[in-house]
Ligand binder design. Structure first.
Ligand code: AR6
Length: 171
């Protein structure tokens, strides 16, 4: 059974096979974790992103990691929170599932996720943690190359929510 872990930190520093970016549909960079990833990966990243012609909400696309310790970046586009009745939970779950599918297709072993949509896109953190962990656990029931999934929390609120949710029901 693959390992699920939570840590507090900066996802750009993680030495895993792929880090996931919380991108927007243009894939051309932005603020938050997206800005941090583009700064750390270097200017080559946006050149590769330009060739991808954007990405739909709920989907994800792969690039190289350039100057990051991680060799790959999976750019996922989370939903903007609009009250919860606009398919937000399905779209957020789809981000996690598609990212894992892409990692598996590349035969990767380890992947690190940020807390997609819980910053600028305003998804309530307590609701997002449920969607994220459920989607990842459901995906990992299948045969997959992935051995380790790390949830990298930047803020203490998310860290606390993930620790409660993962370590109270994991064992
Ligand atoms: N490492 C890990 N997590 C981080 C880091 C980091 N270096 N920096 C921020 N976070 P956000 P969204 C956390 O706003 O809500 C961009 O402009 C942060 O605390 O980055 O999906 C894109 O281009 C929060 O928990 O992404 C889009 O336009 C989480 O990352 C839009 O923001 C996500 O916050 C996407 O909004």
């Amino acid at each position: 059974m693959p390992i699920l872990r939570v840590i507090q930190g900066d996802i750009t520093k993680q030495a895993v096979d792929a880090i996931v970016n919380a991108a927007n549909t243009s894939l051309l960079g932005g603020g938050g974790v997206d800005g941090a990833i583009h700064r750390a990966a270097g200017p080559e990243l946006v050149f590769e992103c330009r060739m991808l012609h954007g990405c739909k909400t709920g989907d994800a696309k792969l690039t190289r990691g350039y100057r990051l310790p991680a060799p790959y970046i999976i750019h996922a586009v989370g939903p903007v929170w609009r009250g919860g009745a606009h398919g937000e939970a399905d779209l957020l779950a789809s981000c996690y599932r598609r990212s894992l599918e892409i990692a598996n297709a590349e035969n990767l072993n380890s992947i690190a996720f940020p807390n997609i949509s819980t910053g600028i896109y305003g998804y309530p953190k307590d609701k997002a943690v449920e969607v994220a962990i459920t989607a990842v656990r459901n995906y990992l029931k299948k045969q997959t190359s992935i051995q380790e999934v790390i949830f990298v929390c930047f803020d203490i609120d998310n860290l606390t929510l993930y620790e409660q949710r993962l370590y109270s029901q994991n064992e």
